[in-house]
Design a protein. Structure first.
Length: 96
């Protein structure tokens, strides 16, 4: 298993409950793909450096987890389908 760090930007139209629900969906998705040791670290709502999908701010949450590398593309695809997530970045921890 490889260790990953993922920063996810959630749509600004989501309230706290909506962000929690979307975050839980994402954690469940990671678990269903064989991920483990999931930690969610909220960064809060921040202004974006440039507009993304015509939005000027987003709620940031960092996820640290372990997962088989072959499943990362499937996780990325699932996040791309979700309307609650406007951007994400996944990196291997040893590459930092």
């Amino acid at each position: 298993m490889t260790e990953y760090e993922m920063v996810t930007l959630f749509h600004p139209n989501l309230d706290e409950e909506g962000v929690e629900k979307a975050s839980q969906w994402l954690q469940d998705r990671i678990t269903s793909l064989g991920g483990e040791d999931i930690q969610a670290i909220p960064w809060g709502r921040r202004k974006l450096a440039f507009p993304i999908q015509k939005q000027l701010e987003a709620t940031y949450i960092q996820f640290d987890f372990k997962m088989d590398g072959s499943k990362v593309s499937e996780l990325t695809r699932a996040m791309g389908i979700s309307e609650d997530i406007i951007r994400q970045l996944i990196i291997r921890k040893q590459d930092r």
